[in-house]
Design a protein around this ligand. Structure first.
Ligand SMILES: Nc1nc2c(c(=O)[nH]1)N[C@H]1C(S)=C(S)[C@@H](COP(=O)(O)O)O[C@H]1N2
Ligand SMILES: [Mo]
Length: 377
């Protein structure tokens, strides 16, 4: 796995506000358009117009790491399972590969994707649209592993530990997840899109938590511990929290007035639209939609500022918590500037709001996305 060449990112990001159509067709060239977000660790988002595949290629998949990882040597690497279990485990990658295989195709999105779109602005990595992707994950169901360890009924939370090590006094990236969630559908993935997991995405093993924000998807996993209580520490008690009752824009809350951010919010984006169209002639626009609920029920397009909506066609490919590609044949009625809005509704009946609910961490941005098209007579 090549390490990200940060200079290449920096040199290209200035020129990469949009990619020429010829490059979009060439998978190798497309990878040059990843947008490096800051100068430390590796935080890179994908330009929205490149997120056109049902399965996001690994080379185009966003990266979010709190600090430079210490990638374990896969031969030396072991996963420890301890805590409230009858039998502690210490497993190699081969041991895990011998276990029953579970595969899921689902969305990974950073909780902070869209933070840059909030007003008033919020500190943190200024993601716009591209800290999201949809991938095929293959590995071992957490349930299979915990049953092998004979997990006790006293265990209510799974504490997860990666091998990355923060500098100085910076608190470690510790997380825990309710046992109910991990036992229902989380997996320990050693493959992404049919290839061994890449170093940047958590090799040799990471957690996959379908429908939940990326901060739960621990990379470079080395230890799982079944415990009666949630894990403590900065990233549980202060970071990655969302207000119980969100307030007005600019209103901040104390950590105890917040809860850990878990499920994704229903969301859709336009990835492909013409810059110019002709009045009376149809052109195709397309994009993706996903939610913290397993499926998308409908995607709609408006060209009159949300007064009326038309249903887009949903692509046949889908899987619980995967994104749904959609497309729509749009016929502009008259010449002038047109603004196209998209909004999605999930299978729990939750519809994307026009304005995302402001919160001090800038999480879960899901306001209506729009593109402007110049319509000629
Ligand atoms: N060990 C470890 N796991 C981690 C992180 C991290 O910094 N360290 N970042 C998390 C966050 S906030 C996100 S959004 C996802 C990003 O996964 P990716 O880099 O594979 O896209 O990994 C999560 N897992
Ligand atoms: Mo994240």
């Amino acid at each position: 796995m090549p390490v990200v060449d940060r200079r290449r990112f920096l040199a290209l990001s200035a020129a990469a506000s949009f990619a020429p159509a010829a490059l979009l067709a060439d998978p190798k060239a497309r990878e040059q358009y990843m947008l490096q977000m800051n100068g430390y660790a590796v935080n890179a988002e994908t330009p929205l117009e490149l997120l056109t595949d049902y399965i996001t290629p690994v080379g185009l998949f966003f990266v979010r790491s709190h600090w430079n990882p210490r990638t374990p040597d896969p031969k030396q690497w072991r996963l420890t399972v301890d805590g409230d279990v009858e039998e502690s485990l210490n497993l190699s990658l081969d041991d895990l590969r011998k276990m029953r295989v579970t595969e899921v195709t689902c969305v990974l999105q950073c909780a902070g994707n869209g933070r840059a779109l909030y007003t008033p602005s919020v500190p943190g990595v200024q993601w716009s649209y591209g800290a999201v992707g949809n991938a095929q994950w293959k590995g071992v169901a957490v349930r299979d592993l915990l049953e092998r360890a004979k997990v006790k009924s006293t265990a209510q939370h799974l504490h997860t530990f990666g091998s990355d090590d923060p500098p100085g006094n910076v608190p470690p990236f510790h997380r825990s997840i309710e046992m109910e969630k991990v036992m229902s559908d989380a997996i320990l993935a050693y493959e992404m899109n049919g290839k061994p997991l890449a170093a940047m995405h958590g090799a040799p093993l990471r957690l996959v938590v379908p429908g939940w924000c990326g901060d739960h998807w621990m990379k470079w996993l080395v230890r799982l511990s079944a415990q009666p209580q949630p894990q403590k520490g900065f990233y549980m008690d202060t970071g990655y929290r969302y207000p119980l009752k969100p307030g007005e824009p600019g209103v901040t809350f104390k950590p105890e007035e917040m809860k850990p951010v878990t499920e994704l919010a229903v969301k859709s984006n336009i990835t492909t639209a013409p810059k110019h169209a002709k009045a009376g002639a149809a052109s195709t626009i397309s994009g993706f939609a996903f939610s913290g609920s397993p499926d998308i029920a409908k995607v709609e397009i408006s060209d009159d500022d949300g007064a009326t909506w038309r249903s887009a066609d949903l692509d046949a490919r889908h899987s619980p918590w995967a994104w749904r590609r959609w497309s729509h044949r749009w016929t502009p009625r008259s010449a002038g500037k047109a603004r196209l809005f998209v909004r999605a509704t999930d299978d729990r009946g939750q519809t994307q709001p026009r304005e995302s609910v402001w919160n001090q961490s800038g999480y879960l941005y899901n306001g209506w996305h729009s593109v402007d098209v110049e319509v000629r007579a």
